[in-house]
Design a protein around this ligand. Structure first.
Ligand SMILES: Cc1cc2nc3c(=O)[nH]c(=O)nc-3n(C[C@H](O)[C@H](O)[C@H](O)COP(=O)(O)OP(=O)(O)OC[C@H]3O[C@@H](n4cnc5c(N)ncnc54)[C@H](O)[C@@H]3O)c2cc1C
Length: 465
């Protein structure tokens, strides 16, 4: 089977690349190979009753399938160069913002109209943060919400499905460079075999967009094709849950405040991440390791009384240690070993050095939105990380009084794994001509807006070529 363009992965990067190719050059024959299911088949079997924990499905419906890791996410598209990736280092700040705004316009025309765009421009909260050693990052945030985000994906798929060949439940196993880059042969396993009996397909252009779930696979491809890589980082922390009123000054105006703090004790940077006003705390499974995350909804009926957000400490490692993700995984495994999954602790108990038990949770004024195991996070998180998190909670208490209350719930652990970064040029192209790497799988982006923008960018370039 011969294609003009082969896209590997149908997350935001792959979807927006396909969408842009369809718009800019509909004559191109495009295929998308996706290891996970089609959107309507994506469903995690954990129901909290019959199936309580991960049963290690062949493809994880939370992280894989049409929509990628972002399909059930809160759908926060941050339009900024301040965080979410370093796309601007490759394509320039102006272009990156232009493309993120373009992606926003596509989301709006596919079901996102009417959703709110929040902005930090002119907020008095910035000054309040500075006066308390906190730094508020600049951004505009389109909040689709988990429900509308899904609708947008449904509409995009409806528009794409007759113009692009989608092969779901099909994992690309390896890529072979043909005739020094004249074309790329992708060998796959799975459902596509029913249509393409050879077990491979050729594309003049190949765009790899395998996201975080494809990080290990990406490493093997880099080894195979001798692609140069960089980086050694992991972010480790907790998810904080408290009554929504405590953060309402911030969330009503900004929806999400990305706040960075440098600790006095170690001069380590701690940052807030993924704020979910009136949201829920959820557990997440990455390669069999259960970590914590958060969601929120636009639908009034689904809103809770609580707000949650992550506090993360970035760990950069230097030689001889190379396996930063392995380090993060080990810490998450430790919490899984002690708690059977996610552990929850009251801040008051954590600071007193005692375990939270079910009785203390029941007596707490904050009702947890995730059924996690009450426990002791000091047995899981390294002291330096825990000290930094507690210090930041007290700093936040000055701008949002009540943050460091005894009943504030701390869930652990939250780990943000980073893909190693593939060395790419200003076209997001590898050392091989017409072999591109985009989205989180490239290590260049870590967010919906940057990943989507990278897809549009490469699609435009391919259409031109
Ligand atoms: C619970 C959760 C909430 C989030 N919330 C937000 C948010 O609100 N805002 C935000 O900006 N970001 C959020 N993120 C991060 C965001 O989802 C990612 O940054 C984004 O999805 C990256 O897009 P991508 O296309 O690069 O990769 P992904 O979305 O990870 O998609 C990659 C796809 O490639 C497929 N794949 C992998 N390997 C192969 C292979 N070998 N063959 C075929 N297919 C393969 C995978 O199955 C997957 O579907 C969230 C993430 C999670 C998990």
């Amino acid at each position: 089977m011969k294609y003009d363009v082969i896209l590997i992965g149908a997350g935001p990067g792959g979807i927006f690349a396909a969408y842009e190719l369809m718009k800019k050059k509909s004559s191109l024959k495009v295929a998308v190979f996706e290891a996970g299911h089609a959107l309507d088949k994506r469903s995690c079997p954990i129901d909290g009753e019959k199936i309580k924990s991960c049963i290690h499905c062949k493809s994880c419906s939370i992280m894989q399938g049409f929509g990628g890791a972002g399909a059930f996410s809160d759908g926060k598209y941050n339009i900024t160069n301040d965080f979410g990736g370093t796309l601007y280092e490759h394509i320039g700040r102006k272009k990156a913002l232009e493309l993120m705004n373009y992606v926003d316009s596509i989301n709006l025309s596919h079901g996102g109209e009417g959703t709110k765009l929040y902005s930090t421009a002119g907020t008095a909260f910035k000054k309040k943060c500075m006066q308390n050693r906190l730094h508020l990052l600049d951004a505009s945030v389109r909040h689709l919400g988990t429900d509308i985000n899904y609708v947008v994906l449904e509409k995009l798929y409806a528009e794409l499905k007759d113009k692009v060949d989608f092969y779901f439940d099909t994992k690309v196993e390896r890529i072979e460079v043909q005739d020094e880059g004249a074309s790329y042969r992708v060998f796959f396993s799975g459902e596509a075999g029913k249509t393409i009996s050879e077990g491979y397909a050729d594309g003049k252009f190949c765009v790899i967009s395998v996201g975080r779930s494809g990080s290990k696979w990406m490493e093997s491809i880099c080894e195979d094709l001798k692609l140069k890589t960089l980086s050694n980082r992991v972010d480790i922390g907790v998810r904080v849950e408290l009554p929504a009123e405590i953060f309402s000054d911030i969330t009503d105006e900004l929806y999400e405040g990305k706040i960075v703090y440098r600790t006095q004790l170690y001069e380590d940077k701690v940052r807030t991440f993924c704020m979910n006003p009136h949201g829920i705390v959820v557990s997440e499974n990455t390669n069999g390791i259960v970590t914590v995350n958060g969601h929120s909804f636009e639908d009034e009926n689904k809103k809770t009384d609580n707000t949650n957000f992550a506090l993360l400490v970035a760990k950069h490692f230097t030689a001889p240690f190379e396996d930063s993700n392995g380090y993060g995984e080990s810490i998450a495994r430790l919490s899984n070993m002690l708690g059977g999954g996610v552990i929850v602790q009251r801040l008051g108990d954590l600071e007193r050095g005692r375990r939270t038990n079910q009785k203390r949770i029941d007596e707490s004024f904050v009702r947890p939105t995730l059924k996690a195991t009450p426990g002791d996070l000091s047995l899981v998180l390294p002291k330096r990380i825990l000290d930094s998190i507690i210090e930041m909670l007290h700093a936040l208490d000055k701008v949002a009084p009540g943050t460091a209350n005894e009943d504030t719930l701390i869930y652990g652990v939250e780990v943000k794994f980073y893909n190693m970064e593939v060395v790419l040029d200003e076209n997001l192209e590898t050392e091989y001509r017409n072999l591109f790497c985009i989205g989180d799988g490239s290590g260049v982006t870590h967010s919906l807006s940057h990943a989507s923008a990278s897809g549009v960018y490469v699609a435009d370039l391919i259409a031109e070529r």
